[in-house]
Write a protein that binds this ligand. Sequence first.
Ligand code: HEM
Length: 188
Amino acid sequence: MRDTKEKLSMTSVALHWVIGLSILTLMTVGVYMTDYEVHALYPLHKSIGSLIFLVILFRVIWRMINGWPESTANYKKWEMNLARFVQWILITATVLIPISGLLMSSMGGYGLQIFGAELLAANPSPDDPYKMIPLNGPIAGFAHEAHGLLGKVIFVAIVLHITGALKHHLVDKSDFTLRRMLGLKKNS
Ligand code: HEM
């Protein structure tokens, strides 16, 4: 089923919540494991991040086929432009953050493993097997910086996105944007 102004397809609703909640969880785990140096969480973060990347790519194709969901009401131009701008930031940053993670790990010499399945072998130093030799240090360094920055960009965009959704739901009372994203129809 395609998205309409009255009702969104189950695919759009499922993609929205699966990706949204996964990103929030990955960001929380990412900051926690980095700040508290919990290295045991790294493989889990990387594995789930790599798998969710496939779902994110599917969503991009889905959006290209379906376009953006139509606005449920005639809002002011600046309001619609801001909402669309934030949606663009979110979709772009959610594509770039796993790519930067994959680049940081692979180019840093850590290889790529998804739940133990090795896609790219690590590159340990012959003198010290705990030390990895980067395949490309500058790219790994840039990707590392980008990964952290994109996390902050996504955080700000999510706050704006949730504020907008709650404003529609609680202030513009007749609005059904949030209900539509829960898979409900206008008057159900
Ligand atoms: C949607 C996917 C992802 C999100 C939202 C995400 C988010 C984050 C965030 C917010 C941090 C903390 C950054 C900081 O505080 O500097 C982090 C750290 C990290 N992420 Fe991801 N990540 C994702 C996917 C991946 C993937 C696919 C990989 C690698 C295969 C990866 C590897 C890492 C590593 C190695 C760190 C620790 C960096 C350090 O030690 O400084 N991430 N991630």
